[in-house]
Design a protein around this ligand. Structure first.
Ligand code: UDP
Ligand code: MN
Length: 288
């Protein structure tokens, strides 16, 4: 039963948005504009000493196409009140633009191999993130957020989004019935799902470093298991992520205000746009 009043998070007013679902069946809040006082979250996370690692991959043509705009916009909007460590994974470190960072924010470039297939580039992020949490992130940051690079911040993306495990409602599916969710439907895949809660978007996920380590490790293991059996999940890492969040319910869910696609058009429930999908020419980006 939904009991929004019992949410553990005192900073949220779950009744303040009556036009949208603000709480999951397992009592995790779904964060929408108007439910919280931003200054409250800035303050409690500063008091708690929270710090955030942001991971982003810019491999092949994605670096020139998206990285600079992503990082510049992030400096203006992402966790502005907290220390942030960026980790840029790329095959061409020499091409990473020089971004002027605010105090208390730093950027590390991590060189990675370029997989031939874009599906593998996307999936193998799970392994790279998990390894880096173990070797570096866990020593410096309390939380981790993982982003696709083909997006631009346009509004506050602040500490109200921090939690133990954080998932994002996919902009194209949040208002659709479950039967239309594009879960993996092949029983041979480790990502197979018959039923689920929501359709989550893999372009943004996060949580405490411990939880993100567990998540990325589990997804990587499932991906490798599939490879062993010569199967690939319908939407690659996103399919595995959806299954993981079905088995391990996120403690906090972000509304599509946290990753909106303007091609959907106007929606009354989207009161702010915090992060937007960037335009994409797949053919140009993905052909080598
Ligand atoms: N990516 C990359 N180079 C590639 C393919 C993917 O850097 O050639 C990274 C990049 O961060 C990208 C993410 O993997 O945002 C996921 O791929 P993409 O955005 O193309 O997937 P989509 O959002 O279209 O499902
Ligand atoms: Mn993307």
């Amino acid at each position: 039963m939904l009991t929004p009043g019992n949410s553990a998070d005192a900073g949220l007013d779950l009744w303040s948005r009556s036009d949208v679902q603000t709480c999951t069946s397992w009592n995790a809040p779904i964060i929408w504009e108007g439910m919280f006082n931003p200054r409250h979250y800035d303050q409690i996370h500063r008091d708690e000493g929270s710090s955030v690692a942001l991971t982003v991959f810019a491999i092949g043509r994605y670096l020139d196409a998206y990285l600079e705009a992503f990082l510049n916009s992030s400096e203006n909007h992402f966790m502005v009140s907290l220390p942030v460590s960026y980790y840029v994974f790329t095959d061409t470190p020499e091409k990473v633009p020089n971004i002027k960072l605010a105090p208390d924010r730093r950027l590390t470039v991590v060189k990675v191999e370029r997989h031939r297939r874009w599906q593998d580039i996307s999936m193998m992020r799970m392994k790279a993130i998990s390894d880096l949490i173990e070797s570096d992130i866990r020593l410096h940051s309390t939380h981790v957020f993982c982003f696709d690079v083909d997006q631009v911040f346009t509004g506050r993306f602040g500490p109200e989004a921090l939690g133990d495990t954080v998932a994002l409602l996919h902009a194209h599916y949040y208002h659709l019935p479950e039967m239309l969710f594009t879960y993996d439907r092949n029983p041979k895949s480790k990502a197979f799902m018959k039923t689920g809660d929501f359709y989550y978007h893999a372009a943004v996920f996060g949580g405490s470093w411990k939880s993100v380590k567990a998540l990325t490790e589990a997804c990587y293991k499932s991906i490798m298991e599939d490879k062993k059996h010569n199967v690939e999940a319908l939407w690659h890492d996103e399919s595995h992520l959806n299954r993981y969040f079905w088995l391990h319910k996120p403690s906090r869910v972000l509304s599509p205000e946290y990753c909106w696609d303007t091609s959907i058009g106007y929606r009354t429930d989207i009161r702010v746009q915090r992060l937007l999908w960037a335009p994409k020419n797949y053919q140009q980006l993905r052909t080598s």
